[in-house]
Design a protein around this ligand. Structure first.
Ligand code: FE2
Length: 429
């Protein structure tokens, strides 16, 4: 007898009327019309069953601190970094853990079951690192938390920056981070990329750097990152986060850069909500969008995913752990409005994000973890359009969260009693 059988599910690849059989926390079968006894059977009624959402770029040590000790007045990246610097001396491990756990509650309710979080290693106390390692252990039964050693103030710019980052890795942080565009000079930025990639190669770690989060078209650290990934044999193990300067770069240079990124196996994570609000701040009009060249990178064969980056912190006073909101913004900013492009936006917060994070056993196929989310939506486009209600969230066969179908009651003459924002039956895509 199975532990769980989902019937009549639609999958993100378009297959309909699928049954998903679960035993021992793993998917054992996926096919139409399975009739097998199970301890629990759930009729998906044609709704979309997706693998869990994954956030490949977040800051869990800063989240839910909005307003502490004050609000970012200008709304810029640099005031955000300065504000985080004001908050750091006031942080306690208890408060950091409490805020991070509260965010993970939101995440689970939204079907977000894997988060890669950068953790600030600039302060020799490594307080955020110890707090986030404690959170990682606490949430392990329900959420995969991956930590990146992130020298927020610059690994070379901060006295003791390299040592602090090394100590964070010794404590068990998974990934090597960096912020080359925040170092004092272009040369120091490039040197930091080299040094950090060498460190990752020595220790067998993945790399994920904040790379060129700037409107400066001459901020070209992504080139060094891709070159170093190739030189050190780190293909497929390096990610460039943000890469917003690519938005402003010369087209001829980009035509040479994208093949280099593809050849080096470097993936790119754009953060649409944050890029659209933090970039272009020195512009009058026209005002640049600032997000990296997502469709062009995808066309060039680069793995591209979307991250949330910030929720209610010194940089961003919005958000609710909803990766469909991230995909929604990414779709708009990149003008990815064709049906295949909309599907790519959905993949950017599911399969592609899982690939960036090197997650094992991810997907809806036999042998994968029985981790999936039932959405109140018919397909990925509908899921993004509606930022669909997460009806049920399972991880390894266990139900972690559920919500009622969202229907608005109407009181209108000669009209239905309610609407769930579905297309009328005659309408087709
Ligand atoms: Fe970030």
């Amino acid at each position: 007898m199975l532990d769980l059988l989902i019937t009549h599910a639609t999958l993100p690849d378009g297959r309909t009327d699928q049954s998903v059989a679960v035993q021992g926390g793993r998917i054992v079968d996926v096919q139409p019309g399975l009739q097998v006894p199970a301890a629990e059977t759930v009729d998906a009624q044609g709704q979309l069953l997706t693998p869990p959402f994954c956030d490949p770029h977040f800051h869990l040590d800063a989240t839910l601190s909005y307003g502490l000790p004050r609000v970012n007045q200008s709304g810029t990246l640099l005031e955000g970094i300065a504000l985080w610097g004001e908050l750091k001396p006031l942080l306690t491990e208890e408060a950091l853990v409490e805020r991070a756990l509260a965010y993970c509650d939101w995440a689970v309710a939204k079907g977000l079951l894997a988060i890669r979080s950068h953790v600030d290693t600039s302060d020799p106390s490594l307080l955020p690192v110890r707090a986030m390692l404690a959170v990682k252990e606490r949430v392990a039964p329900y959420l995969d938390l991956q930590l990146v050693a992130f020298p927020q103030d610059g690994v070379l710019r901060t006295p003791g920056g390299v040592e602090n980052l090394q100590r964070a890795l010794d404590l068990g942080v998974d990934v090597v981070g960096g912020i080359p565009h925040f170092e004092r000079t272009m040369a120091d930025g490039a040197a930091s990329v080299r040094l950090l990639c060498e460190l990752a190669a020595e220790r067998g770690k993945l790399v994920d750097m904040h790379c060129d989060e700037s409107d400066d078209p001459l901020s070209r650290h992504i080139e060094t990152l891709a070159f170093e990934a190739q030189r050190l044999g780190l293909q497929g193990r390096v990610n460039g986060s943000h890469c917003t300067s690519m938005h402003s770069m010369d087209n001829y240079y980009v035509s040479k850069l994208i093949p280099l990124i593809a050849e080096s196996g470097v993936s790119v994570v754009a953060n649409p909500l944050i890029n659209i609000t933090l970039q272009g701040r020195h512009d009058t009009y026209p005002k640049r969008r600032g997000m990296t060249r997502v469709p062009e990178l995808l066309a060039g064969g680069v793995t591209v995913a979307f991250g949330h980056d910030c929720v209610m912190d010194p940089w961003y006073g919005m958000g609710s752990a909803d990766m469909l909101e991230v995909a929604h913004m990414g779709l708009h900013v990149a003008q990815m409005t064709s049906q295949p492009a909309i599907r790519q936006c959905f993949e950017a917060v599911t399969t592609q994000a899982a690939k960036v994070m090197h997650l094992d056993h991810y997907g809806i196929a036999p042998g994968c973890d029985a981790s999936f989310v039932l959405l109140q939506a018919r397909d990925p486009a509908d899921a993004i359009r509606l930022r669909a209600t997460r009806l049920k969230v399972w991880r390894r066969g266990q139900l972690l969260a559920s919500a009622a179908q969202q229907v608005s009651t109407l009181n209108l003459p000669d009209r239905p009693a309610g609407t769930a924002f579905e297309l009328p039956r005659h309408a087709t895509r």
